[in-house]
Write a protein that binds this ligand. Structure first.
Ligand code: ADP
Ligand code: AIR
Ligand code: ASP
Length: 281
């Protein structure tokens, strides 16, 4: 007998597809948020490197990056860095404030690695005398070329005062994250962040946007020097999923694979709610 209350397949799929997609990126998707000025950021397992030249999937990456980025954005907010993060919605999604992205990738380096080592012939692992900031134009087509601040200002990609705000925030983020990772036995080698303009009433403010996760940081184990980030994927080093999970585990945001599986099962079973100990710090 047909269950009268069961929605038909058509109705169910219509309900599930109601969100308006805004943008499909390489690692994330953006959907229209529930309130004006908000977006839903969906973290995928897709991985790309070298500006889309290499493609693959890192199983569970989206879940882990969602958690790590939430944790870091919240901690940064506590020390006065304004961010786009509002709240986590589910395992792969977070609600964020919609911003106008400044089209620059802001890279902070503590230790020579990656393209820096290649460009200047400096051995990977050489400690830099102080943190070095590089700006790259956000353009996959052009291969994210490095831009001098003068060029960014000349082409109005950013105003001089915005570059000042971005630089000082990037250095504060670096100080804070270096300490945070050091505390869990990880060396923060370098990272990439993105900033955006948040328009509220008559004001516009530069805020940290996008994500901070092993996709956009170089993280090396202090004791062994082992890489715990996307370089494992870029360089075919293997144990990619394990490395991402280990970072999450050390930060205390994911107990382990069992939690991902348990949460997924709990969702499908829809058991009556029981009081659980909060994991939030
Ligand atoms: P890509 O665009 O390089 O493929 P992603 O797959 O990570 O990168 O897609 C996420 C996109 O969303 C990025 O282009 C990023 O600049 C943009 N973005 C991140 N946070 C916000 C935000 N709060 N408002 C608007 N756009 C954002
Ligand atoms: N990055 C740059 N573009 C995209 C990303 N994710 C990050 C890398 C690395 C830092 O920026 O993950 O942490 C410097 O990268 P590179 O390749 O310029 O050495
Ligand atoms: N994020 C860029 C890409 O997806 C660069 C990189 O991570 O290597 O290709």
């Amino acid at each position: 007998m047909k269950d009268f209350y069961m929605p038909s397949k058509r109705t169910a799929s219509r309900t599930m597809n109601r969100r308006t997609p805004i943008y499909e990126g390489k690692a994330k998707q953006l959907f229209e948020g529930p309130e004006p000025g908000t977006l839903i950021q969906h973290f995928k397992d897709d991985a790309t490197a070298f500006n889309n030249a290499k493609r693959g999937v890192i199983n569970g990456k989206g879940v882990i990056n969602n958690r790590i980025s939430e944790y870091i954005m919240l901690r940064l907010n506590e020390i006065g860095i304004p961010t786009h993060f509002i709240r986590t919605l589910n395992m792969r999604e977070q609600l964020v404030k919609a911003v106008e992205i400044v089209p620059l990738e802001v890279i902070v380096r503590n230790v020579a690695a990656g393209s820096f080592s290649t460009r200047f012939g400096v051995e990977e692992g050489a400690q830099l005398p102080y943190p070095i900031i590089e700006f790259c134009l956000k353009s996959d087509k052009l291969g994210d070329p490095i831009v001098a601040p003068e060029i960014a200002i000349a082409f109005q990609w950013a105003q001089p005062n915005e570059l000042e705000d971005i630089t000082s925030m990037a250095l504060r983020i670096n100080d804070f994250l270096s300490g945070l990772f050091l505390g869990v036995g990880i060396r923060l080698v370098d990272f990439k962040v993105e900033f955006g303009r948040l328009y509220e009433g008559n004001t516009v403010q530069i805020v940290l946007a996008d994500e901070i996760s092993p996709d956009c940081c170089r993280l090396w184990d202090i004791k062994t020097g082992e890489k715990m980030d996307k370089d494992r994927f870029r360089r075919d080093l293997g144990k990619v999923e394990e490395a991402y999970r280990e970072v999450a585990h050390r930060l205390g945001v994911l107990a382990g694979e069992s939690e991902v599986i348990a949460t997924a099962k709990a969702k499908t079973k829809a058991k009556p709610k029981t009081k659980k100990k909060s994991r939030k710090t």
